[in-house]
Ligand binder design. Structure first.
Ligand code: CTP
Length: 231
């Protein structure tokens, strides 16, 4: 299959030295890309800013200073983006040539209305209010282009995990959603493991605590099965 995978957070700039973002490390999306490439799928990985060694550096065991915007390694092309708007543009650009999309990225939901061109000075102020504006919902924006493609989303929640996952599955027109309670031990941000439940319209499969690589393998098993059965 040709897979389009997004990973990491997005960053929404406030001024030249500050941004709004979230705690996503990119590990889940990168694990999906590595596992899919190892199975022989062709992967385009759209990555927000992450502190992980790039897949090609990880593969060769070297850490490089150089981070080109588009790089490739066996079966993986990496496209680096910063903001939600950039990620939407990259997803739109690569969508037509993919069979399935996995949105593992933690897209920032809000961006500052005004981006200062110069560093914002605090002066004497003791409080400050930021006006924020919604970023585009990538999955909702591209839903009309879905056709026969399989779409997989993620839901990182702190409460009402099941209800929220089912709502997002429906509202974002997804074939599968991978949900996790980010407050559970061993799950969520910056850790090597995850405990997830995979939902489709008819079923839910609760997985045990697994490495992110093993979670990736289980997601790919489900994706491949859906593809084979024509859903
Ligand atoms: N997502 C997206 N575009 C956004 C926000 C999220 O495409 N602007 C995708 C994520 O990549 C994920 C899924 O939608 O696959 C669910 O993301 P999540 O942040 O859990 O949900 P939200 O849509 O932001 O909803 P809420 O704020 O209610 O949690």
């Amino acid at each position: 299959m040709r897979l389009l995978i997004t990973a990491g957070p997005t960053r929404e700039p406030l001024d030249p030295v500050r941004f709004l973002s979230n705690r996503s490390s990119g590990k889940m999306g990168y694990a999906l890309a590595a596992a899919a490439a190892a199975r022989g799928h062709e992967v385009t990985l759209v990555s927000g800013p992450v502190a992980l060694p790039s897949l090609e550096d990880a593969a060769s065991g070297r850490i490089s200073e150089k981070r080109p915007e588009v790089a490739s390694t066996k079966n993986v092309q990496i496209v680096r983006v910063v903001t939600a708007a950039d990620m939407l543009a990259a997803v739109k650009q690569h969508l037509a040539t993919c069979d399935a999309l996995i949105m593992a990225a933690a897209v920032a939901d809000w961006r500052p209305v005004r981006v200062a061109r110069r560093k914002m000075k605090k002066g004497e102020a003791q409080t400050m209010t930021l006006e924020l504006k919604r970023t585009p919902d990538i999955l909702k924006t591209i839903a009309p282009l879905k056709g026969q493609k399989l779409f997989i989303g993620f839901a990182a929640e702190t409460h009402n995990v099941r209800a929220e996952a089912k709502r997002k599955l429906r509202e974002k027109n997804l074939d599968l959603i991978v949900a996790n309670d980010v407050t559970a031990p061993g799950a969520g941000f910056e850790v090597e493991t995850n405990r997830v439940t995979i939902f489709d319209a008819h079923s839910e499969e609760q997985l045990p605590l697994l490495s992110k690589r093993d979670v990736a393998e289980r997601i790919l098993d489900r994706l491949e099965a859906k593809r084979k059965s024509g859903r």
